[in-house]
Design a protein around this ligand. Sequence first.
Ligand code: NDP
Ligand SMILES: O=C(O)C1=N[C@H](C(=O)O)C[C@H](O)C1
Length: 267
Amino acid sequence: MLKIGIFGATGRMGKNLIEAVLNDSRASLHSASARPSSAFMGMDAGTVIGQAPCAVALTAYQDIDAASASVFIDFTLPESLADHLAFCVAQQRPMVIGTTGLSTAQLALLDDAAKTIPIVFAANYSVGVNLLIKLAQQTAAVMGDSADIEIIETHHRYKVDAPSGTALALGEGIAQTTGRNLATDAVYGREGYTGERAHQTIGFATVRGGDVVGDHTVLFADIGERIELTHKASSRMTFAKGAVTAAHWVVGKPPGLYSMMDVLGLA
Ligand SMILES: NC(=O)C1=CN([C@@H]2O[C@H](COP(=O)(O)OP(=O)(O)OC[C@H]3O[C@@H](n4cnc5c(N)ncnc54)[C@H](OP(=O)(O)O)[C@@H]3O)[C@@H](O)[C@H]2O)C=CC1
Ligand SMILES: O=C(O)C1=N[C@H](C(=O)O)C[C@H](O)C1
């Protein structure tokens, strides 16, 4: 039985993760952490998600008995990444991380931690989006020399980072396939007198509103025809189940930084 600890248990994803773990017959909820200032601190994790109590009380991450956990899942905000990484490295526990909007320095921390523990890190844990990345790469290999490439993402009003991590992962995958460099070729939104589109650019457009769980479209627009590859997530449970699958996969792996592509055998 896999014993899964969840950081950020009170968040939108945290609650879905608790439910996904409680519904997994091969896993149990080891622990659920929240900010020390959280109004939910001390409450039962099952109660927090509106279900029957599960005998796991929300605690500060520092108070978790990590030695008895198999793996930790972290979908929080970038500012808590360093603490959670240091905790798991000190306790030598594998991690599954889904937090997006990480800075270059935070990505370097991830690389460092992965020298001593196995970590799965992905901007999107749905099967469909990982397949979309592959399909976008295949399309780019055929059409990337002539078509203009634009990535459009839509998310709920509460999302704090832009473009989405998934949009950036799609852009990175296409850049690798076509010999582009996102650092110089990405265009993040347009305004004013922009001039004509430079062909090698990859454009990103961000839409925010309502309760949209997560939509991504990759547009390959040529003269006379265009292809639009679209994925729409309709439930966060899709991401939560993917993260739990990754948790099962990462336990027992050697230290290293892995992706959901590795978990799904798509790498
Ligand atoms: N990879 C994937 O498949 C997916 C990734 N995501 C990403 O997951 C992340 C979380 O998304 P979502 O659940 O919607 O966000 P929420 O804002 O709903 O949840 C964030 C959680 O992190 C906690 N938190 C924030 N700062 C700290 C801190 N300094 N220390 C401890 N805990 C902290 C919050 O606690 P509190 O409630 O007390 O503020 C909350 O529980 C985002 O980066 C999002 O982009 C989302 C969906 C899928
Ligand atoms: O914040 C979200 O909600 C999501 N974030 C991830 C991202 O930034 O790509 C994944 C998903 O689209 C939902």
